[in-house]
Write a protein that binds this ligand. Sequence first.
Ligand code: OAD
Length: 256
Amino acid sequence: MANFPATLLNFLRQAERVTALTGAGVSQESGLRTFRDAQTGLWSQYKPEDLASPEAFARAPKLVWDWYAMRREKVRAVEPNPGHFALAEMGHRVPRFTLITQNVDGLHRKAFQTLKVSETFRVWKESPIIELHGNIQRVRCSECGMVADAWEENDDVPRCAGCGGMLRPDVVWFGESLPRSALEAAVEAARGCQVFLSIGTSGLVQPAAALAFAAHNKGAVVVEVNLEPTPLTEKADFFLQGKSGEVLPGLVKATW
Ligand code: OAD
C-alpha cells in the first residue's frame, strides 16, 4: 500500500493519545501461526480451543503443558518483524501511546526494548503495553497463584516451589476472565484515545473485540489493518488492507 489518505495522516499527527490493539496477525510475519490457522503435525488432531482451557488442563495437564512447551520454543526462536518495530516507533512519536495485545508471545515487548521506547515512557505511571491474554514465557501456580518466569522442568508437569501445586502457563484460557486491572486499563485507553488502531485481529474474541467499538462510540477515529475484512470493517473509518509488516512501516513513514 503506497498511498495513505491525507486525512488519516493528519489525524495521527495531531492525536495526543493513540491506542492500538493487536492480534495474532501481527506475529504471523515473524513465523508464528495465527490462532485460527490449522495446527500441524502431532497437534493437528486438536483444536487450540481444546487445549487452551481449564477443563483440558484438569483432564490432561501434561498434554496441555507439552503443547505450551512447543509453542514457547517457537516463540523463543522468532524475532519481532517490521510491524512490531513500526508500533514501537509510534510509541516514540505519539505523546501518549498504549499498545494492547492479545498475543502471548512477548514480541511487542522485545521490539519496544530494542528501540528503547521505555525511555520515552519513564515519566508515565502505567506501562505502554497491556498484555491482555498474558505471556507464554511466564508460569503461574494453579493452586496458590504465584507467578514465575523460571521453573524446574521434570518429566511431568513442573511443580510450584512454594506450595507444590501444578504450574500452568500465565495466559488467559477459554472460559477464563481477563486480569481485571489489564482489562480496566485497556478499556480506559480505548475510551480515552483520539485514534484507535485494530491490527491483525479477527475481532471474534471478547472482550478484546469490543475495545474498537468502545473507542468508536467515544468518537475516536478507528483504523483497521488486516489481510481481510472483519466484523469491525464496516464501522472502521479507515480500512488498510494488507500485511501489518508492510502497512505499518509505510504508515509510520508517511505520517512522521
Ligand atoms: P485470529 O487467528 O483469530 O485472527 C488473526 C487475524 O489476523 C485474521 O483476521 C487475519 O486475517 C489477520 N492476519 C493474518 N496475517 C496477517 C498479517 N500479516 N497482517 C495483518 N493481518 C493478518 O487471532 P486473534 O484475533 O489474535 O485468545 O485471536 C484472538 C484471540 O483468540 C487469541 O488471543 C486467543 C484466541 O482465542 C485466547 O487464547 C484467550
